[in-house]
Design a protein around this ligand. Structure first.
Ligand code: AMP
Length: 217
């Protein structure tokens, strides 16, 4: 199954993609994660991406499409994948089509995780990652036991460099201007599904599984 997860920053794409990966073996392909790795490794690709990321702007389509082209042709994508944070604009969505056609694949669904603006803000400003387990947490929403588990494992709650208020504002603006048009793009292609992305992570996950037909009847 080949799925695009659509949604604003903070809509929960990463969290839900991680669960789909764990339960259904579908690799999560997060361009944001791949770009952050590239920045951390200090190579040329990362250097080209860093300024745009720090400002909350989109990295160039050419660079991101190159990353996707390389990633979807790896062996672990043979049975499908979840695209998380890609495509981010129409040029990327259109660019994805020949990449998939070249490997005789096509998308099965584009799922929009729908979340109101004020919830997005709290999710983004409260978002942390455990430095030991890599688990995504939120200082406003996560259970104290989950936060304690990170601390007890010797971890720290790390905030992403671009999760500060100014960059968050810009990322949401970029989403509205450049990424939201993809909702119509995938609706026209007959691929769009909309899932209510608010509430408990487990309940959202069940709605996502239902819409992908992955819940046992
Ligand atoms: P994310 O982790 O998906 O929120 O992405 C973090 C940042 O990485 C974004 O604000 C962009 O600067 C960059 N980025 C991630 N995915 C893309 C993409 N598909 N196209 C362009 N830039 C991207």
């Amino acid at each position: 199954m080949r799925v695009v997860l659509l949604g604003a920053p903070g809509s929960g794409k990463g969290t839900q993609a991680q669960r789909l990966m764990a339960d259904h073996g579908l690799p999560q392909i997060s361009t944001g994660d791949l770009l952050r790795e590239a920045v951390a490794s200090g190579g040329e690709l990362g250097q080209r991406a860093k300024d745009a990321m720090d400002a909350g702007e989109l990295v160039s389509d050419e660079l991101v499409l190159g990353i996707i082209r390389e990633r979807v042709t790896r062996a672990d994508c043979g049975d499908g994948f979840i695209l998380d944070g890609f495509p981010r604009n129409l040029a990327q969505a259109e660019g994805l089509e020949p990449v998939l056609a070249a490997i005789n694949q096509s998308l099965d669904a584009a799922v929009l995780l729908a979340v109101e603006f004020d919830v997005l803000m709290r999710r983004l400003t409260g978002r942390r990652t455990c430095s030991v387990t890599g688990k995504l947490l939120n200082i406003y929403f996560s259970a104290q036991s989950e936060i304690d588990a990170c601390i007890d494992a010797g971890g720290e709650l790390v905030q992403r460099a671009d999760d500060n208020e100014q960059t968050i504002g810009n990322r949401l603006k970029v989403y509205r201007e450049q990424t939201e048009p993809l909702i119509e793009y995938y609706r026209s292609a007959g691929l769009l599904q909309v899932v209510d992305g608010e509430g408990e992570v487990d309940a959202i996950y069940q709605r996502l599984l239902d819409c992908l037909g992955l819940n046992p009847a």
